[in-house]
Ligand binder design. Sequence first.
Ligand code: UT7
Length: 315
Amino acid sequence: MNSVIVGIGGALPKKCVTNFELPADLDTSDEWISTRTGIKQRHIAENETTASLASEAAKKALEQAKISASEVDLIIVGTVTGDYTFPSVATIVQKNLGSKGVAFDVSAACSGFVYALSIADSFIKTGKAKCALVIGAETFSRIVDWKDRSSCVLFGDGAGAIVLRAEKNTDCGVKYCKISSDGAYADYLITSGGVSTTQTSGFVKMQGREVFKFAVEKFYDSVNELLRENNMTLDDVDLIVPHQANSRIIKKLTEMLGIDENKVLVTIDKHANTSAASIPLALNEVRDTIFSKKNIVLLSMGAGFTWGAALIKLR
Ligand code: UT7
């Protein structure tokens, strides 16, 4: 049994804030943000929530797949910015869609989507699910300190979703998905509070330079491991879709791999860092053309530290 991508969808809050429109007292500039990160704008939720964005992205993915919500028997949402402490965002999406089966969230910060993909792929390959919605959805604008210029300018809100369908007799689908973590780095990217410690969600705190170095290293090692384990070379890869945290991280990776920059998808200028939503939102940007490609590679890295890599063969 293979887990084949048959639909992609995305959702962004209506409000879009360019670097020029950030609060005047932040003591930042478009020049600093653009050159250090590649970010030009971010979408900020007002009336939208993580679950409403996730539901909208899911509906669009189902539309493209031409699959009805009643066929979905698994929903996994990668998120760390749920609407409530409980229930999960996934169960709210299940209610909004009117589907049945099993729904749950995965907490792996920016790696949430690749973690969710890995679990959904296992459900499908072991016969526990036939049609899965894998979603990354976040409203990070709600957990950044809007007085801290070193973090608040980096993040944005949004959601992306894919539909994975169980199919036999095909060599398409999720060919490889490896997720990893190293808790020794738990303090490097962390919120300043949480339900069980401060009874708040806390604000994002990041040791930027260390996270940057780790991301470059893990992206590079993960690609090479993926190629080795699948007996492939970079020539066999049509598109790399890395987590969108900083265009300089992506540029460095592209240089280290020695590949053409057209082979690596960059959307950070439009969305900023949307954590678990960044990879599926990037996929959504190219949803009308991506199915003409064959082998795509997804790369994630986030708090924990967590990281992951996936190889997907499209039809
Ligand atoms: O999504 C999970 C994974 N996350 C990542 O991978 C993020 C990885 N880290 C990064 O992308 C970068 O480290 C940042 C974008 C977070 C920071 O870039 P940097 O080049 O490492 O800058 P820095 O933190 O070393 O700060 C350099 C200077 C500092 O000023 P001084 O001390 O040199 O005078 C900061 O105070 O830039 C200053 N600065 C700012 N200036 C204007 C920090 N933020 C801002 C700002 N506007 N928004």
